[in-house]
Design a protein around this ligand. Structure first.
Ligand SMILES: Cc1cc2nc3c(=O)[nH]c(=O)nc-3n(C[C@H](O)[C@H](O)[C@H](O)COP(=O)(O)OP(=O)(O)OC[C@H]3O[C@@H](n4cnc5c(N)ncnc54)[C@H](O)[C@@H]3O)c2cc1C
Length: 474
């Protein structure tokens, strides 16, 4: 967009006299896109198609300077500012009054093998970091999907289904964060440089600024014994009860989850899982393969799996464990944290989401927490629901016609499981259903929430960063 076009934004919903007064020299050197511009639709396209952002202006940032420009512009205009990396986690709608910073072009990755540290810019996705670190025999605390953004994931805690129980949350191992705060300043935040902001950013997502790069620890892990054991839905009761007993026997280094699945009869779903209820037990063991085989033996004995995809694998194959969708889908999600998984919890889950209930929920996952995830980190952060023993996460792949049915099925599961819910929520699993600030506050214990609201008052008193799961200023 040239200067004349930039000035023309002044007539639009986002820009006003302040933009007209902005010289091109002071402006960004990246693309600025308005609705209808070539490239606009591609730049706002999210992974989760349930909500398509429709901002009045997109700043397709290529440098931290572009991000500063966008934040200053939004601040002067009083326009809310949003950030989009991959679009895996929609929250509130992003409308024509908003400026959206797309971080897709911020793609720098550096691995320092000697220090076992990676530095990653805001548009980078997990698979790239895992691949780059693997060349040095190292691994990050990545999530289940290689297409998820590193920065968004880490700012929401970062619950690794491969290494979480062994090393803790990804947020616990962040060394430094480059962030543009609401005043338009770019600061490097560390445990020593602004510890208050360092605390809040790790768990508070985009409430305190727009992160341009992040530095975090890598671990000497080159492979895992794991994958998923899939059973026919007819065995769901046996499998879930066996799983809840099995997890009591496993070491901390064993990460796992169990999921009731109703996958579509579609080409990219493996044939034995298509169009029928199945149960998946997902496993990641990073000790010796021989120990892994022994630990998994009781699971293989529960019932004959319809698909046994557990084996010794290079760490770069982590995405096969959960086999999340890799192409954009409209998702309807709900979540909760559970304090325990008793026989009654399992029966309640089966009664609402199990085979034979006609549930439209595609995946109902219970993920095992504990281990290092329950330990306080060396530098405290806002990932603070560490007493929870499990996450519950449900997702239905639902277009507008089916969304209401999925929403009500998920609500019914939460209602039925309420006796075992802690009342807390995990920031990364918050969905469109969780945007009310009174719901968001449940992602933090009361004392942490108070601290976050005070931090918000200090760094973003006008709540410029409000197009998210918002923490309003105190
Ligand atoms: C298939 C799938 C698998 C997942 N697996 C896991 C998992 O195993 N463990 C886990 O913990 N989570 C998991 N998640 C949740 C995921 O971590 C969150 O959805 C995360 O927010 C995605 O970040 P993103 O940048 O990819 O998405 P976006 O939708 O682009 O961003 C989501 C939010 O992250 C914040 N954010 C992103 N970039 C920045 C930035 N530069 N500065 C400040 N804030 C920013 C903003 O609040 C933004 O609204 C999964 C999600 C999906 C869809």
């Amino acid at each position: 967009m040239d200067r004349r076009s930039l000035l023309a934004i002044g007539a639009g919903a986002v820009a006003g006299p302040l933009i007209a007064a902005t010289s091109h020299a002071a402006g960004p050197h990246c693309r600025l896109l308005r609705p209808g511009d070539p490239g606009y639709a591609a730049e706002v396209a999210p992974f989760d198609l349930a909500q398509i952002p429709a901002p009045g202006l997109v700043v397709a940032a290529e440098t931290a300077t572009d991000v500063r420009y966008a934040v200053r512009l939004a601040s002067r205009r009083g326009a809310p500012i949003a950030v989009l990396a991959t679009g895996h986690q929609p929250s509130v709608p992003i409308g024509p009054d908003a400026i959206l910073v797309s971080t897709r072009a911020l793609r720098g990755v550096t691995v320092d093998a000697r220090r076992r540290v990676a530095r990653v810019e805001a548009g980078v996705r997990w698979q790239e970091v895992v691949d780059r670190a693997a060349a040095y025999g190292l691994a990050p605390l990545n999530g289940s999907s290689g297409t998820v953004g590193v920065v968004g994931y880490t700012l929401g805690g970062g619950l690794s289904p491969t290494l979480g129980r062994r090393f803790g949350y990804a947020a616990d191992h962040v060394r430094a964060i480059d962030v543009v705060t609401a005043d338009g300043c770019l600061t490097t935040v560390t445990p020593d440089a602004d510890p208050g902001l360092f605390f809040g950013l790790r768990g508070g997502k985009s409430n305190f600024g727009l992160v341009t790069a992040i530095e975090f620890a890598l671990f000497p892990v080159t492979g895992f014994y794991g994958g998923a054991l899939y059973y026919d839905g007819a065995h769901a009761r046996t499998v879930l009860h066996a799983y809840r007993k099995w997890i009591r026997t496993v070491p901390d280094a064993m990460s796992s989850s169990v999921a009731l699945q109703n996958l579509p009869d579609a080409g990219d779903v493996p044939a034995p899982l298509r169009g029928r209820p199945t149960v998946a037990v997902r496993i990641a063991w990073t000790g010796s393969p021989a120990e892994g085989v022994a630990l998994v033996r009781p699971l293989r004995a529960i019932a004959p799996p319809v698909l046994d995809a557990v084996s010794d694998q290079p760490y770069t194959a982590f995405g096969a464990i959960h086999a999340d969708p890799v192409t954009p889908v409209p998702a309807v999600e709900r979540t909760a944290l559970l304090g325990e998984l008793t026989a009654d919890t399992v029966d309640a889950l089966l009664a609402t989401a199990g085979p034979g209930t006609g549930s439209p929920i595609a995946v109902t996952e219970i993920r095992h927490l504990g281990g290092a995830l329950a330990c306080p980190p060396r530098h405290p952060n806002a990932v603070a629901q560490r007493d929870a023993a499990f996450t519950l996460f449900m997702v239905g792949m639902a277009g507008p016609d089916q969304a209401a049915a999925v929403r009500s099925a998920e609500a019914a599961v939460i209602d039925r499981l309420r006796p075992w819910c802690t009342g807390g929520l995990f920031p990364n699993f918050l969905s469109i259903a969780d945007t009310d600030p009174d719901v968001v506050r449940r992602a933090y214990p009361p004392e942490v929430y108070r601290r976050l609201r005070l931090l918000k008052r200090r760094v973003d008193p006008g709540n410029l960063f409000r197009l998210n799961h918002n923490i309003p200023p105190a």
